[in-house]
Design a protein around this ligand. Structure first.
Ligand SMILES: [Zn+2]
Length: 406
């Protein structure tokens, strides 16, 4: 037993020597910085403290609401004992990030012993930093602008409050807790922060999941009216998203845009002309065709907005606020365009559309049928008139003959 003890001690020592247990401290990110120029590039810089040499470092980043994760290998620069700087520059042309979104990033580091260190996530706000934005707040709305004075921003904030009141007269929805409104002085600069696939006529845009409204309000005599149109319109999209969450994308476009158009404090006068012309020319678009998308060409897009606003207004006057709310909830639950309509209102979409055309657009079908028959009625009249006139002339001629013979 006495001999055995030294043997065991030796074995323990050999085992320890054969499998050295070196305890490295967990690497640590000591400093981070992100520098970017909107639309051009983003540079990530992270300071890392690590007892082990760093073999590889990869930066991962993703904008809020985006499903695509970007990543890139960082340059590893030793800056002192156990200290490294990790640096990576992303070119926006390789992948565009959503403007005014929170971007989350992290780093994965491969160490000399093969271990992988994953940093906790950090984030930064990716805004349009090409301009010096000024800010004016009147809870819950925050107006940002970079051209002109505060008059426009204050007008936007006042219209947002009035727009919210109008929205609540249509649907009992709460105001957002906070909403950033970015005002651009022209459409082209605004489009540089929108999705490149957006249609040419888009002049306002809401990113409901980001809680951001982006709008162009060019200076000039129409600025006030444009503010009254565009701000409440985009605000309706935001509150609808907040009420429906992921179900928002299932709302038929005619309902979503119809409600947003009804929220406008100043109705686009072109809507009425577009409707009148379409009724006269008999080229109204079927509501069913406006369930998933609107036409991209400006003329039919205008007609789609006009029809959606008119049809949604008709639904509001027929089924009331509770009816509209039921419609929104039913669609947000995932029901299809026609099925959802029938479930929420008890009426077929087509039937409701027929009634709307007849009542709201004064498109009397009987009258229209008579109008269509008009050319034939003229021919029939002419055909009947000829023998009638001949008969009258014959009678007169006979009478004349009798008088002469008397
Ligand atoms: Zn809209």
């Amino acid at each position: 037993m006495r001999k055995l003890l030294p043997c065991l001690t030796l074995l323990t020592m050999i085992l320890l020597l054969g499998f050295p247990q070196v305890a490295f401290a967990q690497p640590q990110i000591t400093q981070t910085s992100v520098v970017y120029t909107y639309g051009e590039q983003i540079t990530f810089r992270l300071s890392l403290q690590s007892d082990q040499a760093v073999k590889k470092a990869t930066i991962f980043f993703q904008a809020d609401g985006d499903t695509h994760t970007n990543f890139g290998d960082a340059m590893i620069i030793p800056t002192g004992e156990n200290l490294y700087e990790l640096s990576y520059t992303h070119q926006i042309e390789n992948y565009r990030l959503r403007a005014f979104s929170q971007v989350e990033y992290r780093v994965e580091v491969s160490l000399e012993d093969g271990a992988i260190y994953k940093s906790p996530p950090a984030s930064f706000y990716y805004s349009d930093n090409r301009f010096e934005w000024q800010t004016q707040e009147e809870g819950p709305f925050i107006a940002h602008w970079y051209q002109g004075d505060m008059t426009l921003a204050q007008s936007v904030l006042d219209v947002a409050q009035a727009g919210m009141a109008k929205i609540q007269s249509l649907l009992a929805l709460p105001a957002p807790a906070s909403l950033d409104i970015y005002i651009y002085p022209d459409v082209n600069t605004m489009r540089e922060v929108l999705n490149p696939s957006s249609a040419d006529w888009v002049a306002g845009h809401a990113d409901p999941d980001l809680g951001v409204v982006i709008v162009s309000l060019p200076s000039g005599p129409e600025q006030r009216l444009l503010t009254q149109q565009r701000i409440p319109h985009e605000l309706m999209h935001i509150v609808l998203f907040q009420a429906t969450g992921t179900g928002y994308t299932n709302l038929p476009v005619w309902l979503n845009e119809g409600l947003a158009s009804l929220a406008e404090l100043y109705t686009n006068p072109d809507y009425e002309f577009a409707l009148e012309n379409a009724v006269k020319a008999d080229n109204l678009l079927p509501i069913e065709s406006l369930c998933r998308t609107f036409p991209r060409d400006a003329s039919n897009a205008l007609l789609s907005y006009a029809q959606s606003a008119s049809f949604t207004s008709y639904l509001h006057s027929t089924f009331g606020t509770s009816g509209l709310e039921k419609l929104v909830t039913t669609y947000a639950n995932g029901l299809g365009c026609e099925q959802g309509f029938k479930t929420a209102t008890g009426v077929e979409l087509k039937q409701s559309e027929r009634l709307w055309r007849r009542q709201a657009l004064s498109e009397n079908i009987t009258l229209k049928a008579i109008e269509n028959l008009a050319p034939w009625l003229v021919l029939l009249g002419a055909a009947l008139a000829v023998p009638l006139i001949l008969a009258v002339l014959r009678i007169r001629w006979r009478k004349g003959t009798k008088v002469e013979s008397q």
